[in-house]
Each structure stands twice: as C-alpha cells, then as structure tokens.
Write a protein of this length. Structure first.
Length: 285
C-alpha cells in the first residue's frame, strides 16, 4: 500500500512525495513563499539496525541538500527511526552523526517526541547532544502531566523547545484525558516559553491559542526573531498564509518518503473531516 502509485495522489496534501528530490522542490517553493521548513524522512517503524542506518543516511543526504541549496530548513527525526528500540548506543551514534553535520553547516536537528515510554531516553540524549553541539531542539507535549517540570528543566539549560499538544494515545495515568485541560496546559507552557524560553517553536493549528500567543507577543513586545510558529504541511493552509502575511516566522513540517502510513493515520485521526477528503480523492481516482 505504501508504495502503490495511487497512494501519492491520496497523501499529496500532507506528504511532499516519496523522494528527497520531490521534498527539496516543495521546500524551495515554500521558502520562496516566505515559509521556513523542517524535513521529515518518514519511517518510524524500523525493524533492524540496518534500516536505522539507512534512515540516518537518508537524513545525511537531506542535510547535504539543505547546505548545498541554502534551504531555510532544519530536519526533524524520531529516535526510534534511528534504532532506539534495538540499541541505545547505535541510536546515539546515529543521531550524533546528524547533529554534528547540522552544527557544521549552522543548522539544527529537531528531535520529535514519540509516546510516553520514550520521553526519558529522548530527553537524556537531547540534553547530552545539546551540551556538546547545541544544534538540537527538543519537543514537549502539553498532554503529559510531567511536561511542566520538563519544560522548566530544559529552559534552565537553554535548550530550544517545540511545544505541541501530543499525538499519541496515552492513558490517564500519564496524560490529561480531557482536551480542555490539554489546551489550558498548552497555553500555560506557551506563555512561559515565550517569556523565557530559548528560541521556542509554538507548534499548533489551534486558532484560539494562536490568537492568545499573538496578543501576548504584542503586549510584551517580543521581537519576531525570538520565537517561531510551526504547523504541519497541508494543515490549515489559510491560517499559514495569514501568519506569514502578518510577518511572523512560520516553519512547516514537511514529511516525505514511502513509509507514510502511521503519519497519515495520525493526521486522519486528528480530524474526522480528513476522512471525507480522503474518500472524495479515492472516488476521483
Ligand atoms: C510542527 C509540528 C510538529 C509536531 N511534532 C510532534 C511531535 O514531535 N510529537 C507529537 O506527539 N506530536 C507532534 N505534533 C502533533 C501535535 O501533537 C498534534 O497532534 C497536532 O498538531 C494537532 O494539534 P493542534 O495543536 O493543531 O490542536 P487541535 O486542537 O488538535 O486542532 C486545532 C485545529 O487545527 C486543525 N487541525 C488539527 N489537526 C488537523 C489535521 N490533521 N487535519 C486538518 N486540520 C487539523 C483543525 O482546524 C482543529 O480544529 C506536531 C505538530 C506540529 C504542528
């Protein structure tokens, strides 16, 4: 299914394409239109260390293109994709290779956050890499109870943070079960990050929360180069255009590659209307 030719037509709204070449073309277009980008080579379900090394090499190739073509882009990577489930040492060596390359070109690696079972190991690696190379950004999920403490700890080390709500299915033992509590926690953490975070990224499509952020930014006269907004490629394009037109920095998370299934299903699950969009495209094709 992932490699079927029909799949490209269905996933095109959220995924740039199956090749790096296609990804680079999309990023160049986005940069020309005033957006920053972060490149995500899809593939969180690697089944061996060999596949993890292939993922690392795919990211190295992406970093080479970013440097060669001077793209306004970072890369976003999941540690399971670099072998975390098989060997912590191999995973560390794979991610270190990417972060060292990013540092050499003045770029950055954004380490996506996966389900709660991975948070401690992900943060331990990010802290270590940040202390040696600086060129990393951590991701925090507002749905986890522990995140307030983690945000304070990362801020005390000046580690840049991308704040999102969280995309995995978590139990009430670790995460707020009610959306309204997740949203309230998001706003609390967002204001703290805008106030004293290092280069924070506010990653949401929630218009109400974005309005709150913009009011706070204006009230505190926070310079536009001290933070950025982030959104997913293909989600709320109207809002994306408005933010850029208003002069805000907006980075789009742009996935590419064949292993699109888990990413695509998370996007469908977030918004039932996307299923209608999918069915319409299925009928068309
Ligand atoms: C740049 C970026 C990076 C991310 N990285 C991670 C990560 O590392 N780990 C992680 O767990 N999660 C990550 N996420 C996903 C995030 O946790 C949420 O699942 C996702 O962003 C939806 O939450 P929301 O903040 O947009 O708010 P919601 O309350 O879910 O949505 C607000 C509004 O946004 C629109 N919207 C949201 N999602 C969609 C969609 N799929 N299709 C169409 N419209 C939609 C709708 O209009 C909706 O009403 C990331 C999100 C972004 C934007």
């Amino acid at each position: 299914m992932e490699t079927s030719p029909a799949a490209g037509r269905l996933t095109a709204r959220f995924i740039a394409g199956s090749t790096l070449e296609r990804e680079v073309a999309v990023c160049q277009r986005l940069n020309a239109d005033g957006y920053l980008a972060t490149l995500d080579h899809l593939g969180e379900s690697v089944t061996s260390l060999e596949e993890a090394e292939q993922s690392r090499d795919a990211y190295l190739a992406a970093l080479e293109q970013i440097a060669k073509l001077q793209l306004q882009a970072t890369v976003s990577v999941k540690l399971t994709q670099l072998g975390l489930d098989f060997s912590e040492d191999e995973c560390r060596s794979n991610i270190e290779c990417l972060v060292a390359r990013a540092r050499g070109m003045g770029g950055r690696v954004e380490v996506d956050m996966e389900s709660s079972a991975y948070v401690d190991r992900t943060l331990a690696l990010v802290r270590d890499l940040h202390s040696r190379y600086a060129s990393v950004r951590a991701v925090m999920q507002a749905y986890l109870y522990r995140t307030e403490k983690d945000v304070a700890e990362l801020c005390s080390r000046s580690i840049p943070i991308r704040l999102c709500k969280g995309a995995y299915s978590e139990g009430p033992g670790v995460a707020f079960p009610r959306k309204k509590d997740v949203d309230a926690n998001y706003v609390r953490l967002m204001l703290a990050l805008l106030d004293h975070g290092t280069n924070p990224a506010i990653a949401t499509h929630d218009e109400k929360i974005l309005g709150r952020a913009m009011a706070f930014i204006q009230e505190r006269k926070i310079p536009p180069d001290r933070f950025e907004f982030q959104m997913l490629y293909g989600v709320r394009r109207d809002l994306q255009r408005r933010l850029v037109a208003a002069g805000y920095r907006l980075r789009l998370y742009v996935p590419y590659g064949n292993a699109w299934y888990p990413y695509f299903m998370r996007r469908l699950a977030e918004r039932p209307a996307n299923v209608l969009f999918l069915v319409r495209n299925l009928l068309k094709s």
